[in-house]
Design a protein. Structure first.
Length: 85
């Protein structure tokens, strides 16, 4: 039986200017946005080495992390959602 793809996750979304500065100009589907953010986090070595579930904010990420210096991966999704329209 074929797996159904959630159409809402595949819909291209417009990005805020701060988010586009990190992952590039959109629109991108939600899944691609999260993937690109994780690529950015890993390329800049921004995961907390003591707790890999936490992400440190650099200057660019601080703008989408509501000024927080560190967020959990669970917070990441809700913070990114606020940057999509």
């Amino acid at each position: 039986m074929a797996k159904k793809v959630n159409a809402a996750l595949m819909k291209p979304m417009n990005l805020s200017a701060d988010l586009a500065d990190i992952i590039g100009k959109g629109p991108y589907p939600r899944g691609e946005v999260v993937k690109k953010i994780w690529d950015y986090i890993k390329s800049k070595d921004l995961q907390n080495p003591k707790n890999k579930r936490n992400i440190f904010a650099d200057e660019k990420l601080a703008k989408i992390f509501a000024g927080k210096k560190e967020v959990t991966m669970f917070e990441l999704t809700s913070l990114v959602s606020k940057q999509l329209s």
